[in-house]
Design a protein around this ligand. Structure first.
Ligand code: TXA
Ligand code: MG
Length: 321
């Protein structure tokens, strides 16, 4: 039976309202993907430029052909293996898909999330839900219902509370409209996993020259408000030794032991395992942003495997570069 909370959410969506909902990656700000009016509200609530397309979320794979056309066998393979889950496929869109959703492009980003509340909402609504991450444009994505409230306040009609998001980073986005698959945004489903399923090499955005609007192209994206800087582990002790009083309170997120302490420095131990690090990082940055720190220093992480997505977001969060 559908819960009263889900029924209320469906009613809001049917009336062109906005519902924030948990997914396994981050919270989404959902609107009826068939309503220009509702989709426009999403952009306004987030202060998001209209040239950044939205991902449409679906409950079932059978809805895929309603939204996408010319779906290749390889794209279907990824859908079969990774959906429901933290993967977004960029495919050729069907003609009816709103320009407001796709930013006028001929492609559409589609995802079937796994989170039970997202699933319950999508199944009860029965249609596509356009949903970007439920944060102000350029801010860190929210991973709890409270984070959504902090970001959007009254701009959202209802927030479905599903606790904290298991994955903690946004989905892997794969463009399946080119000759070769291209990862537009790394995520916790890794390039190696995708290549293993497809049995062929996959490109990453940095290797590709393209005019299409891709994620995180803004210089500051996924960023805390506090000045944030990445530092190699080997350079942290030197940084601390050279601190001057006027630099104020500093917080350092570290993974491996730091041998010295300093009265201006708060040290926070981050997990050494990628999945746990990903789960914690956005919420940690958000909490630190509320503190009185002058600067957030983050120890760099490896750039391969599951760490690739984390490193990507940390680079985007470091707004001093
Ligand atoms: O995990 C996620 O993907 C979360 C949850 C809520 O599903 N959503 C999310 O949405 O991160 P958003 O809007 O914050 O990021 C989606 C990114 C945007 O940077 C957008 O440019 C890109 O996906 N995107 C969407 N449609 C696209 C398309 N047709 N072609 C290229 N990029 C696209
Ligand atoms: Mg976002």
């Amino acid at each position: 039976m559908t819960s009263p909370e889900i029924l209320k959410a469906v009613e809001i969506l049917q009336n062109q309202g906005l519902v924030a909902f948990p997914t396994e990656t981050v919270y989404g700000l959902g609107a009826d993907a068939d309503s220009d009016k509702a989709v426009e509200k999403v952009f306004r609530a987030k202060n998001r430029p209209f040239n950044h397309p939205l991902i449409v979320h679906l409950a079932h794979k059978r809805q895929l052909i309603h939204w996408a056309s010319a779906i290749s066998p390889l794209a279907l393979k990824l859908a079969d293996i990774f959906w429901p889950g933290p993967l977004t496929l960029v495919l050729k869109k069907q003609p009816h898909v709103l320009d407001s959703v796709t930013a006028g492009q001929n492609t559409i980003g589609l995802r079937i999330p796994q989170h039970p509340i997202a699933q319950a909402l999508l199944q009860a609504f029965g249609r596509g839900i356009a949903a970007p991450s439920a944060n102000q444009f350029t801010h860190v994505s929210p991973t709890t219902a409270n984070d959504v409230r902090d970001e959007l306040g009254n701009a959202v009609d209802l927030i479905l509370d599903g606790g904290d998001c298991e994955v903690g980073l946004e989905s892997t986005i794969v463009d399946m409209t080119q000759d070769q698959p291209v990862i537009l945004r790394p995520g916790m489903i890794t390039k190696a996993q995708i290549q293993a399923v497809l049995g062929l090499p996959v490109l990453s955005r940095s290797q590709e020259v393209s005019a299409i609007r891709t994620p995180g192209m803004h210089h500051i994206h996924y960023a805390p408000v506090t000045a944030t800087q990445l530092i190699e582990h080997a350079d942290i002790s030197g940084f601390i030794e050279k601190l001057k009083p006027e630099q104020g309170a500093i917080v350092i997120l570290f993974r491996s032991e730091i041998p010295i302490t300093h009265p201006q420095v708060t040290l926070i131990q981050m997990p050494n395992e990628a999945a746990s690090y990903a789960h914690d990082i956005y919420h940690t940055l958000r909490q630190l942003d509320k503190g009185n720190f002058k600067q957030i220093i983050i120890e760099t992480v490896p750039g391969n495997g599951e760490w690739e997505a984390i490193r990507d977001r940390l680079i985007k969060a470091s707004n001093t570069g």
